[in-house]
Design a protein around this ligand. Structure first.
Ligand code: KG4
Ligand code: ZN
Length: 328
């Protein structure tokens, strides 16, 4: 079964053709990063207008790259949330319109579930349940237990900033371009340990995270003007990775998880990948970086699994902006 998937929840316009929930036939992403860079963050109104411009060319390219026309498509999927309302509406309504016009099955997909299912796009054996998922994106940082397909229990998460948000804010403090995450990671490659120590919020007795204190400590360190940007970036990255990898590995052990699945834009971070692999007691699955950051292939992966179970979404279904793991 070939699914045309569309994703437009934030600032990437994306379309993909995915076969049987596992095989990417094409995946096209039009990033708006340059457009938002001068504002230092995503401007929702600018993002939704750009999705309107990009969407049809991106869908056309995804079909062409898969060597197909709409005649070869069996179902259509669109991201229904969480994300920016104006952005979501563009891709979601386009997906519905194609499904309606071609009389094809339609399904709305949760963006964060998509990030997790990027792990099914990797060749080789499928991830094993029960699995512990670490979802680390620009807007979310959650530890989610997955007993089987489509079942999610949130066991911890951030109480303030998401990990990606902390990377982006600290990137800005360090004078690095938007989005900060990849630039902080790049700067950290040239940095190393110094006398500077940034705090780790362990939130003992919970599997929660907090990154706002770390961000404030980074601000003070920047103001001291005694540290190289590269060393600050290094220590900040170590602090985030230490807490994320420490808590994830401990919870995986407690739960007896068979796999750890890492998901979301921050999963592209090489130090995080390395440290999770080193500390976790079970195999850690991490999608290749192009499927960690926002893309439509991951939406097609979920859609393939759900459609195979007979699920469909009514065309009346609306988008949503805030996530609830209990109702994915
Ligand atoms: O999942 P994603 O593409 O979009 C959301 O759903 O939010 O995640 C974007 C986030 C941004 O905060 C970005 O800075 C971060 O992922 N990110 C990284 C890296 N690549 C992307 N953070 C740290 N290291 C990276 N290499
Ligand atoms: Zn995302």
């Amino acid at each position: 079964m070939k699914v045309l998937a569309i994703e437009s929840s934030c600032d990437e316009t994306a379309a993909a053709v995915i076969e049987d929930g596992r095989v990417p036939r094409s995946s096209v992403v039009a990033s708006q990063v340059d457009l938002h860079a001068k504002y230092g963050g995503v401007v929702p109104e600018v993002a939704s207008r750009q999705h309107l411009r990009n969407l049809v060319p991106v869908i056309t390219e995804a079909l062409a790259a898969a060597g197909l026309t709409l005649d070869g498509i069996d179902a259509v999927a669109g991201t229904k949330g969480p994300g920016l309302a104006g952005s979501l509406l563009v891709g979601y309504n386009a997906a519905k319109a194609i499904a309606f016009g071609r009389d094809l099955p339609f399904i709305g997909i949760n963006h964060l579930e998509g990030h997790i299912y990027a792990n099914w796009l990797v060749e080789g054996p499928e991830p094993q349940f029960p699995a512990l998922c670490l979802v680390v994106s620009g807007g979310h940082t959650d530890l989610v237990f997955m007993r089987s397909h489509g079942q999610y229990e949130r066991l911890g998460g951030t109480r303030d900033d998401a990990a990606g948000e902390a990377f982006d804010k600290v990137g800005r403090l360090l004078g690095l371009p938007f989005p900060g995450g990849p630039h902080v990671a790049r700067a950290a490659l040239e940095g190393g340990p110094t006398k500077l120590h940034l705090p780790r919020a362990w939130m003992h007795g919970t599997f929660d995270f907090s990154f706002s204190g770390l961000k404030t400590a980074a601000l003070h360190a920047v103001r001291e003007e005694q540290h190289r940007v590269e060393d600050l970036a290094w220590e900040f990255q170590e602090a985030v990775v230490d807490v994320l990898a420490g808590k994830t590995s401990r919870l995986a052990r407690e739960l007896g998880a068979r796999n750890v699945l890492v998901a979301g834009g921050v999963a592209a971070n090489l130090r995080l990948r390395e440290e999770l692999q080193r500390r976790c007691p079970v195999p850690v699955r991490i999608p290749p970086p192009k499927y960690c950051t926002d893309n439509a292939a991951m939406i097609g992966a979920v859609a393939g699994h759900r459609l195979a179970l007979g699920e469909r979404s009514p065309l009346e279904e609306d988008i949503f902006t805030t996530n609830n793991w209990a109702r994915v």
